[in-house]
Design a protein around this ligand. Structure first.
Ligand SMILES: *Cc1c(COP(=O)(O)O)cnc(C)c1O
Length: 368
């Protein structure tokens, strides 16, 4: 569904395609919804999902803070008026200079998952609060993290103790169940693992990450259902009272706020399939079609529909959006027609390349 405001924008004088249009009121509503469903939690919007200044401003106005991963993201949030204490440096992979930059700007909350990073934090962010990211045995999400991040519970205990020895504050543990996680039970696994650590080293903050899904073609549970699963898991694993809760949603905040308008460049019959080439593809905004992970909903007008393979405009053989996922588009579709990609506010513009094949990054227009 796209907002009335986006519909009005599309009815007016339009810029050239492709473009992303974002309704920042939807961002505000989503931040407030999290506050209603998981009251008393601290929300840190994952900036990488969509770092548009107006999106950051809407998060801030709704009372949210920011999960940042680099000096540039810190600068962007501070420029929108965020206070350094509203920022959490959530990336366990950082250079010493990145830590020093953050500390110099007033950031005092960092995530880590290795001894080597912890030593760098002690040196360049003395006294800072540290959250140890744990690896979770969660059901597969649409875009899983694999083993790239996270300490095992025993290592998390060691890291928290080492943080204290180094003069850092061992503030808590965290985890991320994988983005576009359709199974609310995934959080139970993470919260159970956190409780094991808590039994050995009590902490004040539990960061349950992002991963809350949104409905693309296949429905996912409502935010209320995710929240109930989280609350139930907290009750089950922290019977004496849970620590303060931190959240890092990205997709669930901004995904539904955006729509991409694209244009058909070419329709061709090849090998018994109808190929539709759009002016947007893997490299200028639809990176999450890799492995066809995210099946976006498309709108392309009425009329009888038939199966298609959908591809992007570049000369790269991987720039095919959907060939295994079945899609149907109007049989009358031709070059110059528009195709709208719904719920495309997250991980689109921020993922688009600078000029692969000379194609410029996806432009964003923020309304609100
Ligand atoms: C990307 C990321 C998020 C946001 O994940 P979503 O699935 O978009 O909610 C949160 N935390 C960390 C550490 C991340 O890297």
């Amino acid at each position: 569904m796209s907002s009335d405001r986006i519909r009005r924008f599309l009815a007016g004088q339009l810029p050239p395609t492709p473009f992303l249009v974002v309704d920042t009121d939807v961002v505000t509503e989503r931040v407030r919804e999290f506050a209603v469903e998981l009251p008393h939690s601290l929300l840190f919007y994952a900036v990488k999902a969509n770092p548009e200044p107006a999106v950051l401003g809407a998060v801030l106005a709704a009372g949210g803070g920011f999960d940042v991963a680099s000096p540039a993201e810190i600068t962007a949030c501070l420029a929108e008026g965020a206070k350094p204490e509203q920022l959490s440096y959530g990336n366990p992979i950082k250079k010493p200079g990145d830590i020093a930059f953050a500390f110099d700007r007033g950031v005092r909350s960092f995530t880590t998952d290795t001894g080597a990073d912890l030593e760098q934090l002690a040196r360049h962010a003395p006294g800072a609060a540290v959250t140890v990211r744990m690896v979770v045995d969660a059901p597969a999400s649409a875009t899983p993290f694999g083993r790239k991040f996270g300490a095992e519970p025993a290592d998390a205990v060691r890291l928290l103790r080492r943080a204290a020895e180094l003069g850092l504050e061992p503030a808590g543990v965290g985890f991320h169940v994988g983005s576009q996680q359709p199974d609310p039970a995934a959080w139970d696994a993470g919260i159970a693992a956190a409780a094991k650590v808590f039994a050995e080293v009590p902490f004040r903050r539990l960061n349950i990450g992002g991963g809350f899904g949104i409905t693309y073609r296949a429905p996912v549970p409502s935010l209320a259902t995710y929240a109930t699963a989280v609350r139930d898991a907290l009750d089950a694993h922290f019977p004496a009272g849970a620590p303060e809760l931190a959240l890092e949603p990205g997709r669930a905040i901004v995904g539904r706020a955006g729509l991409i308008r694209s244009e058909v460049v070419l329709v061709a019959q090849r090998g018994g399939h109808r190929w539709v080439y759009l002016d947007i593809g893997r490299y200028n905004g639809l990176a999450e079609t890799e492995n066809e992970a995210i099946p976006y909903r498309l709108e392309a007008g009425d009329g009888e529909r038939g199966p298609v393979v959908i591809a992007g405009p570049t000369c790269d053989g991987d720039d095919v959006l959907y060939q295994h996922t079945s899609y149907e588009l109007p049989l009358a579709l031709k070059a110059g027609d528009t195709v709208d990609i719904l719920d495309a506010g997250a991980y689109t513009a921020s993922y688009s390349s600078v000029s692969f094949n000379g194609i410029e990054p996806l432009r964003t227009y923020c309304l609100g």
